[in-house]
Design a binder for this molecule. Structure first.
Ligand SMILES: Cc1cc2nc3c(=O)[nH]c(=O)nc-3n(C[C@H](O)[C@H](O)[C@H](O)COP(=O)(O)O)c2cc1C
Length: 216
Protein backbone atom coordinates (compact mmCIF):
# COMPACT_ATOMS: atom_id res chain seq x y z
CA UNK A 1 0.00 0.00 0.00
CA UNK A 2 1.22 3.49 -0.76
CA UNK A 3 -0.59 6.13 1.33
CA UNK A 4 -0.87 9.86 0.80
CA UNK A 5 -1.38 11.78 4.05
CA UNK A 6 -3.54 14.89 4.36
CA UNK A 7 -3.46 16.73 7.70
CA UNK A 8 -5.51 19.48 9.37
CA UNK A 9 -4.05 22.28 7.23
CA UNK A 10 -5.66 22.92 3.82
CA UNK A 11 -2.98 21.84 1.29
CA UNK A 12 -1.91 24.72 -1.01
CA UNK A 13 -2.54 22.64 -4.14
CA UNK A 14 -6.19 21.75 -3.27
CA UNK A 15 -8.44 23.64 -5.73
CA UNK A 16 -12.02 24.45 -4.70
CA UNK A 17 -15.02 23.57 -6.87
CA UNK A 18 -16.57 27.01 -6.19
CA UNK A 19 -15.06 30.04 -4.41
CA UNK A 20 -16.56 29.48 -0.96
CA UNK A 21 -16.18 25.65 -0.87
CA UNK A 22 -13.44 25.59 1.77
CA UNK A 23 -15.18 28.36 3.73
CA UNK A 24 -18.13 25.96 4.13
CA UNK A 25 -16.41 22.56 4.24
CA UNK A 26 -13.22 21.10 5.62
CA UNK A 27 -10.74 19.83 3.02
CA UNK A 28 -10.75 16.62 5.10
CA UNK A 29 -14.34 16.07 3.96
CA UNK A 30 -13.33 16.15 0.29
CA UNK A 31 -10.28 14.03 1.14
CA UNK A 32 -12.33 11.22 2.74
CA UNK A 33 -15.64 11.79 0.86
CA UNK A 34 -17.56 9.29 3.00
CA UNK A 35 -21.00 8.57 1.47
CA UNK A 36 -23.92 9.60 3.71
CA UNK A 37 -27.61 8.71 3.62
CA UNK A 38 -29.86 11.60 2.45
CA UNK A 39 -33.21 12.53 3.98
CA UNK A 40 -35.51 15.48 4.70
CA UNK A 41 -35.97 17.02 8.15
CA UNK A 42 -39.45 18.47 8.67
CA UNK A 43 -40.40 21.00 11.36
CA UNK A 44 -42.75 23.95 11.94
CA UNK A 45 -41.49 27.51 11.52
CA UNK A 46 -42.37 30.05 14.21
CA UNK A 47 -45.17 31.40 11.94
CA UNK A 48 -46.69 27.87 11.68
CA UNK A 49 -45.51 27.42 8.05
CA UNK A 50 -44.12 23.90 7.44
CA UNK A 51 -40.38 23.61 6.80
CA UNK A 52 -38.41 21.03 4.78
CA UNK A 53 -34.62 20.71 5.00
CA UNK A 54 -32.64 18.37 2.69
CA UNK A 55 -29.93 16.86 4.90
CA UNK A 56 -27.07 14.36 4.93
CA UNK A 57 -24.17 14.10 7.45
CA UNK A 58 -25.82 11.79 10.02
CA UNK A 59 -25.88 8.35 11.62
CA UNK A 60 -28.48 6.17 13.32
CA UNK A 61 -27.85 3.90 16.29
CA UNK A 62 -28.66 3.11 19.94
CA UNK A 63 -28.88 0.32 22.49
CA UNK A 64 -31.74 -1.90 23.62
CA UNK A 65 -33.31 0.98 25.55
CA UNK A 66 -33.37 3.65 22.84
CA UNK A 67 -32.60 4.47 19.19
CA UNK A 68 -31.05 7.81 18.19
CA UNK A 69 -30.37 9.91 15.11
CA UNK A 70 -27.16 11.94 15.35
CA UNK A 71 -27.14 14.71 12.74
CA UNK A 72 -23.48 15.63 12.83
CA UNK A 73 -23.60 18.95 11.06
CA UNK A 74 -26.73 21.12 10.94
CA UNK A 75 -25.94 24.70 9.88
CA UNK A 76 -26.98 27.13 12.60
CA UNK A 77 -28.28 29.61 10.01
CA UNK A 78 -31.05 27.24 8.84
CA UNK A 79 -34.72 27.49 9.82
CA UNK A 80 -34.41 23.88 10.92
CA UNK A 81 -31.84 24.70 13.60
CA UNK A 82 -34.08 27.49 15.00
CA UNK A 83 -37.20 25.31 14.82
CA UNK A 84 -35.62 22.30 16.56
CA UNK A 85 -34.13 24.52 19.28
CA UNK A 86 -37.57 26.06 19.93
CA UNK A 87 -39.89 23.02 19.59
CA UNK A 88 -37.40 20.37 20.83
CA UNK A 89 -38.49 17.85 18.21
CA UNK A 90 -38.21 17.05 14.48
CA UNK A 91 -39.22 14.46 11.90
CA UNK A 92 -36.82 12.61 9.55
CA UNK A 93 -38.27 11.52 6.18
CA UNK A 94 -36.48 9.07 3.84
CA UNK A 95 -37.39 9.58 0.19
CA UNK A 96 -36.12 7.84 -2.97
CA UNK A 97 -33.89 9.53 -5.54
CA UNK A 98 -36.93 10.30 -7.75
CA UNK A 99 -37.71 13.10 -5.24
CA UNK A 100 -34.25 14.69 -5.46
CA UNK A 101 -35.34 17.66 -7.64
CA UNK A 102 -38.38 18.37 -5.47
CA UNK A 103 -36.19 18.36 -2.35
CA UNK A 104 -33.86 20.85 -4.05
CA UNK A 105 -36.97 22.99 -4.82
CA UNK A 106 -37.37 23.38 -1.02
CA UNK A 107 -33.82 24.80 -0.87
CA UNK A 108 -34.52 27.26 -3.71
CA UNK A 109 -37.83 28.32 -2.10
CA UNK A 110 -36.69 28.78 1.46
CA UNK A 111 -38.29 32.05 2.68
CA UNK A 112 -39.68 32.44 6.19
CA UNK A 113 -43.17 32.89 4.68
CA UNK A 114 -42.82 29.88 2.34
CA UNK A 115 -44.82 26.70 2.85
CA UNK A 116 -41.95 24.36 1.89
CA UNK A 117 -44.27 21.34 1.55
CA UNK A 118 -46.05 23.27 -1.23
CA UNK A 119 -42.67 24.32 -2.69
CA UNK A 120 -41.67 20.64 -3.03
CA UNK A 121 -45.19 19.38 -3.90
CA UNK A 122 -45.28 17.16 -0.78
CA UNK A 123 -48.35 15.93 1.12
CA UNK A 124 -48.35 17.18 4.72
CA UNK A 125 -49.52 14.98 7.59
CA UNK A 126 -49.13 15.57 11.33
CA UNK A 127 -46.84 13.39 13.45
CA UNK A 128 -48.65 11.56 16.23
CA UNK A 129 -45.92 11.55 18.90
CA UNK A 130 -44.28 14.96 18.41
CA UNK A 131 -45.25 18.45 17.23
CA UNK A 132 -43.95 18.30 13.64
CA UNK A 133 -45.30 17.74 10.12
CA UNK A 134 -44.23 14.71 8.07
CA UNK A 135 -43.93 13.99 4.32
CA UNK A 136 -46.48 11.35 3.37
CA UNK A 137 -44.54 10.39 0.20
CA UNK A 138 -41.55 9.20 2.33
CA UNK A 139 -41.11 5.42 2.68
CA UNK A 140 -39.90 5.81 6.29
CA UNK A 141 -40.75 8.64 8.72
CA UNK A 142 -39.05 8.93 12.12
CA UNK A 143 -40.53 11.12 14.88
CA UNK A 144 -37.79 12.37 17.22
CA UNK A 145 -37.52 14.34 20.44
CA UNK A 146 -34.46 16.55 20.93
CA UNK A 147 -31.74 15.16 23.23
CA UNK A 148 -28.78 17.45 22.58
CA UNK A 149 -27.50 20.30 20.38
CA UNK A 150 -23.74 20.76 20.46
CA UNK A 151 -21.42 23.07 18.53
CA UNK A 152 -18.53 20.61 18.01
CA UNK A 153 -16.05 23.06 16.49
CA UNK A 154 -17.15 25.94 18.74
CA UNK A 155 -17.13 28.27 15.70
CA UNK A 156 -20.88 29.04 15.81
CA UNK A 157 -21.35 27.65 12.28
CA UNK A 158 -22.89 24.19 12.71
CA UNK A 159 -24.27 21.98 15.47
CA UNK A 160 -24.43 18.25 16.13
CA UNK A 161 -28.11 17.55 16.82
CA UNK A 162 -29.11 14.31 18.54
CA UNK A 163 -32.71 13.12 18.57
CA UNK A 164 -34.35 10.13 20.27
CA UNK A 165 -36.67 8.18 17.99
CA UNK A 166 -40.17 8.07 19.52
CA UNK A 167 -42.01 6.48 16.61
CA UNK A 168 -41.33 5.12 13.11
CA UNK A 169 -43.78 4.78 10.22
CA UNK A 170 -42.88 2.42 7.34
CA UNK A 171 -44.77 2.49 4.03
CA UNK A 172 -46.35 -0.95 3.59
CA UNK A 173 -44.69 -1.60 0.19
CA UNK A 174 -41.31 -1.35 2.03
CA UNK A 175 -42.34 -3.42 5.05
CA UNK A 176 -41.45 -6.95 3.92
CA UNK A 177 -37.70 -7.05 3.25
CA UNK A 178 -34.69 -5.10 2.02
CA UNK A 179 -35.48 -5.22 -1.70
CA UNK A 180 -37.19 -1.85 -2.17
CA UNK A 181 -35.20 -0.04 0.53
CA UNK A 182 -31.94 -1.08 -1.13
CA UNK A 183 -32.92 -0.26 -4.71
CA UNK A 184 -33.34 2.94 -6.72
CA UNK A 185 -36.73 3.25 -4.93
CA UNK A 186 -35.01 3.18 -1.52
CA UNK A 187 -32.35 5.06 0.44
CA UNK A 188 -30.36 7.68 -1.47
CA UNK A 189 -26.85 8.74 -0.56
CA UNK A 190 -24.66 11.80 -0.97
CA UNK A 191 -21.15 11.00 -2.22
CA UNK A 192 -19.32 14.23 -1.32
CA UNK A 193 -17.08 15.93 -3.85
CA UNK A 194 -13.92 13.78 -4.06
CA UNK A 195 -10.64 15.75 -4.25
CA UNK A 196 -7.95 14.38 -6.54
CA UNK A 197 -5.28 13.96 -3.85
CA UNK A 198 -2.44 13.93 -6.41
CA UNK A 199 -3.30 17.01 -8.50
CA UNK A 200 -5.68 18.83 -6.10
CA UNK A 201 -8.44 18.98 -8.74
CA UNK A 202 -12.00 19.16 -7.29
CA UNK A 203 -15.01 17.17 -8.52
CA UNK A 204 -18.79 17.42 -8.26
CA UNK A 205 -20.62 15.63 -5.47
CA UNK A 206 -22.82 12.72 -6.57
CA UNK A 207 -26.08 11.05 -5.56
CA UNK A 208 -26.11 7.25 -5.21
CA UNK A 209 -28.42 4.34 -4.43
CA UNK A 210 -27.57 0.93 -2.97
CA UNK A 211 -26.55 -2.20 -4.87
CA UNK A 212 -26.21 -5.17 -2.49
CA UNK A 213 -23.11 -7.35 -3.09
CA UNK A 214 -23.53 -10.13 -0.47
CA UNK A 215 -25.40 -11.04 2.70
CA UNK A 216 -23.98 -11.12 6.21
C1 LIG B 1 -27.42 17.06 -1.09
C2 LIG B 1 -27.56 18.07 0.01
C3 LIG B 1 -27.19 17.75 1.32
C4 LIG B 1 -27.32 18.69 2.35
N1 LIG B 1 -26.96 18.36 3.63
C5 LIG B 1 -27.02 19.30 4.61
C6 LIG B 1 -26.63 18.97 5.94
O1 LIG B 1 -26.24 17.83 6.26
N2 LIG B 1 -26.67 19.95 6.88
C7 LIG B 1 -27.12 21.22 6.59
O2 LIG B 1 -27.16 22.07 7.49
N3 LIG B 1 -27.52 21.55 5.34
C8 LIG B 1 -27.47 20.62 4.35
N4 LIG B 1 -27.86 20.96 3.08
C9 LIG B 1 -28.34 22.32 2.82
C10 LIG B 1 -29.79 22.53 3.31
O3 LIG B 1 -30.64 21.63 2.65
C11 LIG B 1 -30.24 23.95 3.02
O4 LIG B 1 -29.42 24.85 3.70
C12 LIG B 1 -31.71 24.18 3.37
O5 LIG B 1 -32.19 25.22 2.54
C13 LIG B 1 -31.94 24.59 4.82
O6 LIG B 1 -33.34 24.67 4.99
P1 LIG B 1 -34.06 25.51 6.15
O7 LIG B 1 -33.39 26.86 6.26
O8 LIG B 1 -35.48 25.61 5.65
O9 LIG B 1 -33.94 24.73 7.40
C14 LIG B 1 -27.78 20.01 2.05
C15 LIG B 1 -28.17 20.30 0.74
C16 LIG B 1 -28.06 19.35 -0.26
C17 LIG B 1 -28.49 19.73 -1.67
Amino acid sequence: MSKIEIGNKLPDYFKSLYPEEFQLFSHLETTAAVPQVLFAITTWKENSKPNVCFHSWSCFHGDKTAFFAVMGCLYQNTHTYTNIKRDKCFCINFLPISFYDRLVDTINNNGFETDEFKAGGFTLKNCSHINAPYIDEAFINMELSLVDMRDLSGAGITAMVTGKVENIMVESAYALDREKRCSKDGFMFLVPSVQNIITGEPSQSAIATLNIQRLD
